[in-house]
Design a protein around this ligand. Structure first.
Ligand SMILES: [Fe+2]
Length: 574
């Protein structure tokens, strides 16, 4: 009630009886509700909220009133990233916040699935606590934890825990549910339906993931009450999803850059109010070289998409999808004073960024520090692999292999080990449970290109495994030992020599070093793999994703290969 009553001072400011704290004087104002740029407007701010927006400048000037001359500038609502993965891009929350502040993004809506897969309920609560009290606004979704098989979902919170996590005031709903998992007719599918039921009853949104879903499946998926998707890669897929009532997020980050592929949608005479531009996460290299959602905005502007539409896709459209529009997404009375000043509609280069009436960035400088985040000690000790005999490697007969058909997409391939042509470019791939069961599976990977040494990672998507790929057992053993010593991350070794490494001791996923150091270490890892034959750009990501249920077709766990189409667990021998 007190929070609500606090805003009752705003009408008195608008009537001119009470002085505002801050006035943004005479900018060209972007009204995200009407798609207009309106010249010579002023924004009066009191207690972090907007009290008045219009052409009047006859406010009561108090001794504390700060007037910011913004003539010749454009003011926009602060940008909202509607779908990102703060905790999966290898950096800590403080580094993320420091680097987001200059980008004009004032609200981040993030998934929390990565640490949840490894550390369960605590892996959600710890980052959520870390998001609180930061100089930018955070909201989060609770991860459904969608693994290849029930074993990868072993740390998923119980339904009871899930309900309590959903009650957090900054929780907006359930994070991305892979469509393939929802339709499983087993305990995995049933568990997800249970989550959806309680979340919808609580009035929360359910985030979707419909990559490659055929139309009939897409309809059925929408029928469950899932309201968004960030996976379409063509204009047709965007349109199909918009027509079915999804809020469609065009992803423009490190995993994929979809703007060129979906560009045709902007030529259509349709309503774009359910279209959102988002990052789905940005890795340190892209972050430092190009930026974050600001980089996506600049690319969209460069493609000729009208600025008013671009800015709606990163402000009001996102706010409305998450029902945050009474709070953010527009510059109108009663809303939070989250805003960004830029030189012109076509030039998205923030000069000043404000959150809740407080300037956090000005003249190229951050004016605030991120809040320090502490994680519980057990989250730094998650690599529990034993000293068991290394699996023996077959040298003849027919085997089943994962073949890479692109950087991320794989297929199932049968190989005769005595056939020199078929056996070309084959290396071993070992998946072992890193949560302590000792279970492991040795398979074969074709098409990665590695000619010597071994690379191992604990940064596998949606998995509790460590995955090691290698040409020789000796290098693979070195990698496993080093990953254990480092508490996880990525390691490339040749024989006994560590060639490159990225220690990521927090859940085996995250480093708490500065973003520049993380960029340098991961770049060195990728470069070392490429120098030794790996043929895909950022080859570490190729291996990190061998375990996910989100990308087709054949994946790996510690109990075998998993064919996504029918979720059959398959052996090495045919
Ligand atoms: Fe995502």
């Amino acid at each position: 009630m007190d929070e609500v009553r606090k805003r009752f001072i705003l009408p008195a400011v608008a009537f001119g009886g009470v002085p505002p704290d801050v006035v943004i004087a005479r900018p060209n104002l972007f009204n995200s509700l009407t798609q207009e740029f309106i010249p010579d407007q002023s924004v009066w701010i009191k207690d972090g909220r907007i009290a008045y927006v219009g052409s009047d400048m006859d406010f009561v000037k108090g001794p504390e009133t700060q007037v910011i001359d913004a003539k010749g500038m454009v003011v926009l609502p602060g940008l909202i990233d509607g779908h990102t993965h703060t905790v999966s891009n290898r950096y800590g929350i403080e580094e993320f916040v420091s680097h987001v502040i200059p980008t004009g993004v004032t609200t981040v809506i993030t998934e929390t699935m990565e640490t949840a897969t490894i550390a369960g309920k605590g892996g959600i609560e710890a980052p959520v606590q870390g998001f609180e009290g930061q100089p930018i606004r955070f909201f989060h979704t609770i991860p459904p934890v969608c693994g290849l098989t029930p074993a990868e979902e072993s740390m998923a919170p119980s339904l009871e825990d899930f309900v309590s996590l959903l009650k957090h005031p900054n929780c907006l709903g359930v994070g991305e549910i892979y469509w393939g998992n929802l339709f499983l007719e087993n305990e995995q599918g049933e568990r997800l339906k249970g989550l959806i039921a309680v979340a919808l009853e609580m009035g929360k949104v359910i985030e979707g993931h419909t990559a490659g879903a055929p139309l009939r499946r897409l309809q059925a998926y929408a029928g469950f009450g899932i309201s968004s998707c960030h996976e379409p890669i063509t204009a047709e897929e965007v349109l199909e999803r918009l027509r079915l009532g999804f809020w469609v997020m065009i992803r423009e980050g490190s995993i994929r850059k979809e703007l060129p592929g979906v560009a045709g949608i902007f030529k259509r005479q349709i309503d774009f109010r359910r279209l959102i531009l988002t990052t789905d996460g940005v890795d340190p290299e892209d972050f430092l070289e190009e930026g974050y959602l600001d980089a996506a905005v600049r690319r969209a502007l460069k493609m000729g998409i009208p600025p008013a539409l671009v800015y709606q896709m990163v402000t009001i459209n996102v706010a409305e999808h998450f029902r945050l529009d009474p709070l953010i997404g527009s510059l109108s009375p009663g809303k939070m004073a989250d805003l960004v000043l830029i030189p012109s509609p076509e030039e998205f280069y923030p000069q000043l960024v404000m959150v809740e009436g407080k300037i956090i960035f000005k003249d190229g400088q951050n004016l605030v520090e991120p809040k320090k985040v502490l994680f519980p000690d057990p989250m730094f000790h998650t690599i529990r692999i034993g000293d068991y005999p290394f699996p023996s490697l077959p040298t003849h007969g027919k085997v089943r292999a994962i073949e890479l058909v692109s950087r991320l997409v794989t297929q199932e391939r049968l190989i005769d080990l005595q056939d020199p042509e078929e056996s070309k470019d084959l290396i071993w791939v070992l998946a072992l449970d890193r949560l302590g069961s000792g279970k492991r599976f040795m398979g074969v990977l074709k098409g990665f290109g590695l000619k010597r040494g071994a690379y191992g990672t604990t940064m596998n998507w949606d998995s509790t495994d460590m995955i090691v790929v290698g040409c020789e057992a000796s290098s693979m053993k070195t990698v496993m030992e080093r990953l254990k010593e480092n508490g996880g991350g990525g390691v490339f070794a040749i024989g006994n020599d560590i060639v490159a490494e990225f220690p990521a001791p927090l859940c085996g996923l995250i480093s708490l070093k500065p973003m520049e150091a993380i960029r340098d270490e991961t770049r060195h890892l990728d470069a070392s793999l490429i120098e030794n034959g790996a043929k895909w750009g950022k080859p570490t990501l190729t291996i990190d994703t061998l375990s996910t249920a989100a990308i087709p077709h054949l994946r790996i766990t510690h109990h075998g290969y998993v064919r996504l189409k029918d979720r059959k667990v398959l052996t090495l021998e045919v």
